[in-house]
Design a protein around this ligand. Sequence first.
Ligand code: AVJ
Ligand code: FE
Length: 434
Amino acid sequence: TIDPEALRRRAEKALRTARDRTHTLTTCVDEPDLTAQHSPLMSPLVWDLAHIGNQEEQWLLRAVGGRDALRPEIDSIYDAFEHPRAERPTLPLLAPAEARGYVHEVRGRVLDILERIELRGAPLVDAGFAFGMIAQHEQQHDETMLITHQLRRGPAALTAPPPPGAGEGAALPQEVLVPGGPFTMGTSAEPWALDNERPAHHRLVPAFHIDTTPVTNGAYERFIADGGYTERRWWTADGWAYIQEHGLAAPLFWRREGGQWLRRRFGVTEPVPPEEPVVHVSWYEADAYARWAGRRLPTEEEWEKAARHDPESGRSRRYPWGDEDPTPDHANLGQRHLRPAAAGSYPRGASPLGVRQLIGDVWEWTSSDFLPYPGFRAFPYREYSEVFFGPSHKVLRGGSFAVDEVACRGTFRNWDLPVRRQIFSGFRTARDAS
Ligand code: AVJ
Ligand code: FE
């Protein structure tokens, strides 16, 4: 058990870190850019901003703090289930200045509640869960807003230093053998783990090989050059129909010019760097690449075993490197660098078996559908995970350069439709060991 004062400071810091990021993402462009819809796939940035405040109001002010509603009349405008993204620009949204005032006012009251409340007892407040949940929610929308920035046309609004190091990708073995046997998947211990990560349970996973690093742009270019997008046999029926219908022939944001691949990233066009993990590919493309390579995507349980299982102790750990929270030496997280690091970076983030970059850089598609673990209980609301369970969503693991550490761990599960590729999605491949 953690002392209550330390817990309070941790919750406050997580909320503050999220707000700093939100601030950057919503002040680096001017007002018309905040209210515009940059893609029908995304909300106007100013919707995300007030939605962040509204979720915080509903959970921390009302549910945890027992306070009266501050702005009950706007709940419906910022309910993601009532209004699909394409429709949000037509809603009577709070203007940027109003939205800023609103989130600021909510936060002030929330910090007051945090100082007064006992962080144990009911599951919603125990170990500061609701505060952690809301910090994660804000960070998830910060990633969503970064996706909107990536889709936005025009000159760069955001800049960041490149990730450290050239990467040892070429010098590392291509794949790692993960021995067969039981392992503990999911968690019942991590205090801020969300409902879909729970509970911890045993799984028997046969031996498999998994790529040491995520698949790089260079490798992906070989797939393209070898006719990857024109040969029907690499694709599932749905995937083939999808790339035909939309005329897809490369990852999103790539363009062929003068015999080379260029890509646009946050307003800057540059040659595609061959050593970087490929990003902005759909599940269909990841799956087709793996088949072309004579391999397959890892299952979700294989991914988690590679990331968490310590063969020496037999225990599942929080991260590939152990139980300590991530530092900038372990992983590329938190929008510190606005791009993935070269394959083979972050030696200190390696798993005991030597698998690299499982955490950070790019979300990794797995072959698995998003399903509940045995013993799953929706908490605290069905609309976070439960309503998405089923065969239409595929699981992504490990987090991207755009995710903050509060919303990224060995057990964390993300999910999306197999067509999605505006997200910061890449992949690695695997094969059976027999
Ligand atoms: C877990 C990333 C799929 O953005 O749709 C944000 C997170 N849920 N607000 C999403 C979420 C409610 C969710 N993902
Ligand atoms: Fe949300």
